[in-house]
Design a protein around this ligand. Structure first.
Ligand code: GDP
Length: 368
């Protein structure tokens, strides 16, 4: 043991490196000192905001961690950061991406993402919504190991789904993360989700453009995904259109086109196109980006783009008011105590449910 320790010591000392390089003169020394000493604790709101709005990814990540935290102190500070970042936000194109597991979402995001950062000079943030991630302890979506090239791309930022409970909670956090990413300079936001449930509706309510990734060759192409999700799509792309699969992908494209014709026209006047692509060969990727840009141009010219964002904001406003009022009502101790008694009275036909509700509301409002 002794000789090993000795050996270790020699080994370390042989490789001894300098303590570190000196900070460059343009780095604000005060900030650096403060940042070092506060590494374990919180920075001030202004420090986060200053960092985020000057493109500092480390502080962006730390602020996102505060958004995701359940601690009251973290929640409070994160809300202040978001408020202050809001004026810098909103300038990106937000794209929702969905498809069943195996459709090729992560491969597609890697292909489209690197095309955007390398050939279009974009700054891309990839987020995800996966309310089930609480259970699996870590989301399978937005996972860095699934997007090897993008995860080391200096122009990309990947963040897995917030893993907090309800879909409403996860959606709220993701919306807030979008604001911070935009304030940090990301001009393109992808929000990924699995095409199997309610989470598409949440993603649809926070993006400008909703892309559905489909596959050919599943036998019953139109059955694989819910009709409602197809109706939300601003474009459908049949992925894996490569090798022997090209012909099948073309057939599937026609089938989807025919199916879309049966849907009612969209509010925007936009006719959702069906394309084919390959995340492997990258065929169809630039064309798909052109579609998204055309959509942006067309809807910005018609005003629909802003109208949609405003509608989304108003919906969030009313939804959150309703959510908060409900929570406050049911958290009220007198209400909690009275509800079972009122229920009993209703069951015994002593009062009507309306009278019971009114009595509870009267108590709630008088105690406020
Ligand atoms: P996700 O579950 O939707 O994220 O799907 P993945 O991106 O993990 O892809 C599922 C499988 O399909 C993987 O084995 C990929 O390598 C494969 N895949 C993805 N895109 C393509 C493509 O364009 N062509 C082919 N041939 N395979 C693909």
């Amino acid at each position: 043991m002794h000789s090993e320790e000795h050996h270790d010591h020699e080994f370390v000392s042989a490789l001894k490196v300098q303590e570190g390089i000196e900070a460059l003169p343009q780095v604000n020394q005060n900030f650096l000192e403060k940042y070092k000493s506060k590494k374990q604790s919180l920075l001030s709101v202004d420090e986060y905001v200053q960092g985020i709005t000057s493109g500092n990814r480390v502080l962006l990540s730390k602020a996102i961690t505060l958004i995701e935290s359940t601690l009251h102190e973290h929640q409070e500070i994160s809300q202040k950061i978001i408020e202050k970042c809001l004026p810098y936000a909103g300038k990106s194109i937000r794209v929702g991406i969905t498809g069943v597991p195996g459709a090729g979402k992560s491969t597609f995001i890697e292909a489209m993402g690197t095309f955007l950062t390398k050939e279009k000079g974009k700054q891309l943030a990839v987020l995800a919504i996966d309310p089930s991630s609480e259970r699996s302890k870590g989301s399978i979506l937005g996972d860095k190991t699934r997007m090897e090239e993008l995860s080391v791309d200096p122009n990309a930022f990947i963040r897995p789904s917030p893993s907090a409970g309800s879909l409403g909670g996860v959606a709220r956090k993701t919306r807030e993360i979008i604001i911070l990413c935009e304030a940090c300079g990301f001009d393109t936001i992808f929000v990924e989700t699995v095409g199997v449930g309610q989470s598409e509706i949440a993603v649809h309510s926070m993006v400008d453009f909703f892309l559905l990734i489909q596959l050919a060759n599943t036998g019953d192409e139109l059955q694989g995904i819910k009709r409602g999700i197809m109706e939300m799509a601003d474009a459908i792309t049949i992925n894996k259109a490569d090798g022997d699969n090209i012909h099948k992908a073309q057939l599937a494209k026609t089938q989807f086109q025919n199916a879309l014709h049966l849907f009612p026209p969209t509010d925007s006047g936009w006719i959702p196109p069906v394309l084919t692509c390959s995340a492997y060969t990258k065929d169809g990727i630039p064309e798909l980006w052109d579609v998204i840009m055309n959509y942006k141009q067309q809807t910005q010219a018609s005003g629909y783009f802003y109208h949609k964002r405003q509608t989304q904001s108003v919906r969030i406003l009313t939804e959150w008011i309703e959510h908060s009022l409900k929570e406050n009502f049911y958290d009220h101790p007198s209400i909690l105590e009275l509800i079972p008694k009122i229920q009993e009275a209703i069951f015994a036909n002593k009062i009507s449910p309306y009278a019971g509700a009114q009595e509870l509301l009267n108590i709630y409002f008088s105690k406020k």
